[in-house]
Design a protein around this ligand. Structure first.
Ligand code: CA
Length: 232
């Protein structure tokens, strides 16, 4: 479901998603999008935030509060300057975002990644090279899946990116500002609290592997097997 009130952009996105094999529907208003989603929940919602009859943030909230649509992934489409809305969207459970102007190819790839993660069937053809193991944790970068002691942990796209970023830079301290910029795409020092909220959620979801995420007081976070594994 494409929720977008700019007809040209909606058509462009729709055309490209259809070319990629997806069935699409477009809504230009919050109210239409919500009633259609409740009636027939889509596989994914691409959600513009500035809509003529309200904010996409409210659509996201309504979707995540209704049992019929709670598990539908939401990908926010934001413009520059809508960073606060984007953060609220993530707090509400949005899965990912793109910033206008965006590459349509990139958008299709991200949609595909989210849907692949959301659907249980998998093609394991050559996932071995995309798989990274760290202690009891295993990340499948191709399928966007995470396992702790061979039990699958379901993460949002954003949580996956946060974990992958920390893992990629293991044993090195990452400041909240760096994470905010590299994971959320936000350049600001006032919204760093959102990093803490997501780290907390990620730790909880990872269970025993959550202990790999160490807090470095006054600085940020470090991914390591033990607090002593520090590279400077
Ligand atoms: Ca708009």
């Amino acid at each position: 479901m494409i929720v977008e009130d700019e007809p040209d952009l909606a058509r462009l996105v729709e055309f490209n998603l259809q070319q990629a094999g997806f069935a699409t529907e477009v809504h230009g208003r919050c109210s239409d999008a919500l009633s259609a989603a409740m009636e027939r929940p889509p596989s994914l919602v691409l959600l513009d935030l500035m809509l003529p009859d309200g904010s996409g943030v409210d659509v996201c909230r309504a979707l995540k509060n209704d049992p019929r649509t709670r598990s539908v992934p939401v990908m926010m489409v934001t413009a520059r300057g809508e960073e606060v809305d984007r953060i609220v969207g993530f707090e509400l459970g949005a899965d990912d975002y793109v910033v206008k102007p965006f590459s349509v190819r990139e958008l299709v790839l991200r949609v595909r990644a989210i849907l692949r993660r959301a659907s249980p069937e998998r093609d394991d053809t050559d996932s071995s090279d995309a798989s990274v193991t760290f202690g009891i944790l295993r990340l499948d970068r191709r399928a966007y899946r995470v396992f702790v002691e061979s039990r699958e942990v379901v993460l949002t796209a954003l949580e996956f990116r946060l974990l992958d970023t920390l893992l990629e830079r293991k044993n090195r301290v990452q400041s909240r500002e760096t994470l905010l910029e590299d994971v959320w795409g936000i350049r600001s020092s006032v919204e760093t609290r959102t990093v803490d909220t997501h780290i907390k959620r990620l730790r909880e979801k990872l269970g025993p592997a959550g202990a790999y995420v160490h807090t470095v007081r006054g600085v940020g976070y470090r991914f390591a097997e033990s607090p002593e594994d520090l590279e400077v």
